[in-house]
Design a protein around this ligand. Structure first.
Ligand SMILES: [Zn+2]
Ligand SMILES: [Zn+2]
Length: 182
């Protein structure tokens, strides 16, 4: 196996590295699959299909290329989804199944509409934090403003808790706004 084919795994990457890492999100198996599918499409159009009409060769070349590109990009898309689900804390098996089973890329469209935000890191202890968390599960660092009475999430501009009616001003700025104040 040639070293150039080795792509960095998720564990080798610096989670705090700036910039978009989307290009690194495509795993090797999906690239190989894309090349195989593209080659397979050429095989189908030029070998399997009957060629009694030789004047249609340009059309056959075009169709082979178009279908090959389509299935190859679908393989790359599947590879991207398989890695993207992990950094969003979603079910990989379920979403791969949705993308494969729903025809014509509809599964992928559904995935991109419903996918969760990328997991962030706790500023205090670097634990992976979902967007819905109000506190870090490992060190209790406050990730979002919450009501001091019922501890449900509140908006930063709210004066009263929408769930229990607690007067949020009585919580005091340090407790309520710690995540924004630091
Ligand atoms: Zn933490
Ligand atoms: Zn409340």
């Amino acid at each position: 196996m040639m070293r150039e084919w080795m792509w960095p795994t998720a564990s080798e990457k610096d989670p705090n590295a700036p910039g978009d890492e989307d290009l690194r999100m495509i795993p090797r198996w999906s690239m190989v699959l894309a090349i195989l599918l593209f080659a397979g499409m050429q095989y189908i159009f030029h070998v399997v299909m009957p060629h009694h009409k030789h004047e249609l060769l340009p059309l056959r070349l075009m169709m082979g290329y178009a279908w090959g590109s389509l299935v190859a990009s679908y393989a790359l898309l599947l590879g991207y989804v398989s890695r993207d689900v992990k950094r969003r804390g979603m079910s990989a098996g379920l979403w791969m199944l949705v993308c494969v089973v729903l025809p014509g890329g509809i599964g992928a469209v559904v995935y991109f509409m419903l996918r969760q935000p990328v997991l962030s890191r706790c500023p205090n202890c670097s634990t992976a934090i979902a967007a819905t968390y109000h506190f870090c599960p490992q060190c209790q660092f406050q990730m979002a403003p919450v009501c001091g009475e019922c501890h449900r999430g509140v908006k930063i501009t709210d004066v009263f808790c929408t769930q229990c009616g607690h007067d949020l001003a009585r919580d005091g700025a340090p407790a309520r706004l710690r995540v924004y104040g630091d």
